[in-house]
Design a protein around this ligand. Structure first.
Ligand code: SF4
Length: 231
């Protein structure tokens, strides 16, 4: 499978924030978000081919008990089910970070970290071109796929929020899933790749969390390291 990067760091987002984890970032994505913060794994996928054995050996060099499979979109990597199964067998706690556009089909996973993409993710025509804008719009939200994850896995629902309209949309997405979602499994994250941009959006998110019982998720890695690869 094509791996963009593999590194040991601190989880910066979600319910496991602060937990030392090995991150395995696959390269390639079926979406093209305009604000994507890992373009080297989506818009211009980079990386080298590595076997499941090679990835496992690399993961085991680190003293972590938590592994995060991320991307790009890890769920489009053909060998991911095998890798996830082998990691589970080896006793790791496994998080899969996904946009929730691919049916899970029984993949080993302890925490599905699903970030459904709102309309703020659609790239501009200039950047994406007509074909990618259309594909992105057709693919980004698939309620039946989100439902499959919700019914079979422990899920945290992460929404990247820029403004009030995004909050309305996020609530609509939660409705379309069709199964009850506990508010404390819903995490709101500010859109932005700089500390200043994140800070500017926190007040809106804090009020929404207080009103609906959602959780605020920091983007600790940006606070600690800035928007840098390998963190
Ligand atoms: S789904 Fe994630 S990796 Fe893919 S384009 Fe969107 S933000 Fe980037």
């Amino acid at each position: 499978m094509r791996i963009s990067e593999l590194f040991y760091s601190i989880q910066g987002e979600g319910t496991l924030v602060g937990v030392p984890s090995v991150f395995v970032r696959t390269s390639g994505c079926n979406l093209r978000c305009g604000w994507c913060d890992t373009p080297y794994a989506s818009w211009k996928p980079e990386g080298s081919e590595r076997s499941v054995e090679e990835v496992l050996a690399e993961v085991k060099k680190h003293p972590a008990r938590h592994v995060v499979l991320t991307g790009g979109e890890p769920m489009i990597a053909k060998e991911l089910p095998e890798l996830a199964g082998r990691l589970r067998e080896a006793g790791y706690h496994l998080t899969i970070e996904t946009a929730g556009t691919v049916i899970p089909e029984g993949i080993a996973c302890d925490l599905a970290s699903i970030s459904p993409k709102l309309s703020n993710s659609t790239p501009s025509l200039e950047r994406g071109g007509e074909a990618w804008v259309k594909r992105h719009e057709e693919t980004r939200l698939q309620p039946e796929v989100l439902r499959a994850w919700a019914e079979q896995y422990e899920v945290q629902w992460k929404f990247v929020i820029s403004n009030e309209q995004d909050l309305v949309e996020a609530r609509e997405v939660l409705e379309t899933i069709g199964v009850p979602i506990e508010p404390n499994r819903v995490l709101l994250m500010p859109e932005g790749t700089s500390v200043e941009a994140l800070q500017a959006r926190y007040p809106l998110l804090i009020e929404a969390c207080k009103a609906f019982g959602y959780r605020l998720s920091p983007r600790l890695h940006i606070d600690l390291f800035g928007n840098k690869r390998g963190t």
